[in-house]
Design a protein around this ligand. Structure first.
Ligand code: ZN
Length: 464
């Protein structure tokens, strides 16, 4: 019986041994990689093949390795490890990743922080992306559009990521604008109707705001004076813009029929002005003097002319074209000096002026547009400038008193005749022609007058 049990155990043992041997005999060999299954190598660095080993029972087997790694080129390279066992191929692979580490750049055109109107959609201003290895990557940029920022991302072929953002600040920072149609200074004659010439208002965020403009102020054309109209508008962000229009109610110019306005520029002078005043007094003719700076010892001539009822008007302090037409500031500084000097002598602030060279001068063209600007500003400041429509030629070109007489009398016409003459030193041609001109005018139905604010304005076409 005992023998039988030992025999049975032995049989079982043999049986297990056979099964285990068969089990291991049928196991395929396994390839075990040395090192990781995935290896990353930096661009241009050497790749070291670590190889693999076989885990098997029985005889030794030889592993073959296939595949190359080009470390000068970014990419994923497969290395194949294999062997043949009982007619079967056993294999495994390793991935070698060749990578560089520099991130690509993204450069945004336009601002990185953009002020925008609330509800405005950003208009892309452009961008570029570049990578040290891949070159231009602009086409690969992806934009994630969020409300308060756009995020620009890109990845190079080594999967180095770059992200930059463009931020948006939604806030209306600009005040609306009001554009007045017509002049900012309007002259209305007394008792005539003021006509509003209109306006437009525009806001960068709100658009057209014209019908939201409030106009305040009134113009009473029955009463002479200067009136202000205020145009106010605000945008939805509360920015307020105001514009002003000046309306001057002035006496209506008196239509003069046949009137001669004698004007004398560039005085006073010691040799000519006293005699001019004497003749005017004897002939009971009022004239207009456009004054330049002079020696104070001649102030008495200005005072006398003023007391005789002539108009004392501003010509220029320096009469230096280069200086006065260099800038608006220079012009008005020159004007101020002359104005103050005349006011000191006569006690009256002069309002009538004449541009040196006339408003049509071209000598100021070294400063383009200056005459256009000055004519407007001068009017805005309450001055009235006069040019002339009758030239005497006495500033050059005549060689006798008779020529001066001829030049003037041959050009007289119905209506307003503003005659340009000069009373500067030694201008005897004009002095000697003066009485004859006055006689001609009187004999031919003309009246003589001095220029005032109600004189119809004679002005040239501005040429600069
Ligand atoms: Zn002059």
């Amino acid at each position: 019986m005992k023998k039988y049990v030992i025999y049975k155990i032995f049989i079982i043992f043999i049986y297990i041994c056979v099964i285990m041997t068969l089990f291991f005999w049928n196991q395929s060999p396994k390839i075990i990689l040395n090192g990781e299954r995935e290896i990353t190598v930096l661009l241009n660095e050497p790749y070291q093949e670590l190889g693999a080993k076989v885990k098997t029972v029985g005889q030794k087997q030889h592993i073959k390795i296939e595949g190359t790694v080009d470390t000068q080129k970014v990419g994923d390279y497969k290395i194949r490890y294999f062997l043949t066992d009982k007619g079967k191929t056993i294999e495994t692979t390793r991935t070698v990743k060749v990578r560089e580490t520099e991130k690509p750049t993204i450069i945004l055109s336009g601002n990185m922080r953009v002020n925008m109107c609330p509800n405005q959609e950003y208009q892309e201003q452009g961008y570029e992306s570049y990578d040290n290895y891949d070159g231009k990557l602009t086409d690969k940029v992806i934009i994630h559009k969020l409300k308060d920022k756009w995020i620009y991302t890109v990845e190079d072929s080594s999967h180095n990521p770059t992200a930059i953002a463009r931020e948006f600040i939604y806030e209306d920072i600009e005040a609306p604008s009001i554009t007045l149609q017509g002049s900012s200074v309007v002259i209305v004659y007394q008792n005539e109707t003021y006509q509003e010439s209109g306006y437009q208002a525009y806001d960068n965020c709100d658009g057209d705001l014209t019908n939201q403009v409030k106009v305040s102020g009134t113009v009473n054309t029955a009463v002479l004076g200067t009136y202000e109209l205020k145009y106010t508008v605000s945008d939805t962000s509360g920015h307020i813009t105001e514009e002003t229009r000046i309306v001057r109610v002035t006496p209506k110019p008196i239509e003069t029929g046949k009137t001669i306005y004698l004007t004398f520029d560039d005085g006073p002078s010691r040799t000519i002005t006293p005699s001019v005043l004497q003749i005017l007094k004897e002939e009971n003719v009022k004239a207009t003097f456009f004054i330049i700076n002079h020696d104070d010892s001649l102030n008495y001539l200005i005072r006398q002319a003023h007391e005789d009822g002539h108009t004392i008007a501003i010509h220029s302090y320096t009469h230096n074209y280069r200086q006065i037409y260099a800038s608006e500031e220079a012009f008005f500084e020159d004007l101020r000096l002359m104005s103050e000097k005349l006011e000191e002598i006569t006690g009256v602030k002069p309002t009538i002026t004449r541009f040196p060279g006339g408003s049509s001068n071209t000598v100021s063209r070294f400063n383009p547009g200056i005459m256009t600007r000055l004519a407007k500003e001068l009017t805005n400041k309450g001055y009235i400038y006069f040019d002339w429509n009758i030239g005497s030629g006495d500033a050059g070109g005549v060689s006798s008193a008779y020529e001066v007489y001829q030049n003037v009398t041959s050009s007289l016409h119905n209506g307003t005749n503003v005659v340009l003459m000069h009373d500067y030193e030694s201008n005897y041609y004009t002095l000697n022609a003066l009485r004859d001109i006055i006689h001609y005018g009187k004999n031919n139905g003309y009246t003589f007058s001095n220029i005032t604010e109600t004189t119809p304005q004679i002005k040239h076409r501005i040429a600069n």
